[in-house]
Design a protein around this ligand. Sequence first.
Ligand code: SAM
Length: 205
Amino acid sequence: MDSDRASGTEGYGEQAPILLIRYEERTFEQEHGDAVEFFPREPCSIIDIGAGTGRDAGHFAGFGHRVLAVEPTREMREPAMALHPESSIEWMDDSLPELAKVLSRGETFDVVNFNAVWMHLDEAQRERGMENVAKLCHPGTRMFFTLRHGRVPRGRRMFDVTGAETVALAKPYGLTPIFELTEDSIDADNLAKGIRWTRLVLEQQ
Ligand SMILES: C[S@@+](CC[C@H](N)C(=O)[O-])C[C@H]1O[C@@H](n2cnc3c(N)ncnc32)[C@H](O)[C@@H]1O
């Protein structure tokens, strides 16, 4: 399959022009809320999977981190590369659950970031995806998730994934929760629609 159209990316290519504006308007702090304090402050290596417009990758680069930004939707990735040309961000076209190009490098990272991405995978893909992303971890790696709950936007493919399921899926790989909180959306439109988000941080033992 053309990784531009990896499953989970439905709708993003068509909506990329508006999403580029919308996603870049939000701050890293708004996106991650109380989970912000769990991100390392010292320069480290980060993989941002489903990096979108690169808002988080740009924030990480600004703190001196080295970032591998993985984004399968070409219509998001190419403008994102122009928006965030920092030399400490490497962009890659690859997709969950296989992450074949990423895994072929045999690297591990201090942080694995899934911001609003994991719920695009179905149950079998989440199982396979966790098996693969566990290979990106070493002792002390922190894995960040935000999981969206509520009505699925038109044209997207999304599932209601709980923090509890994600914790259970990660447990056999030695990843344990250090933070979990479910809250209302901070976006006024999404709040009116009853959208809620779970923020979850796991750590590799
Ligand atoms: C809601 S956006 C979030 C973008 C970015 N993480 C952010 O926080 O702004 C979801 C992103 O996940 C990407 N995505 C969807 N399915 C994916 C998959 N199977 N593998 C990797 N990324 C995927 C989409 O292309 C899109 O850029």
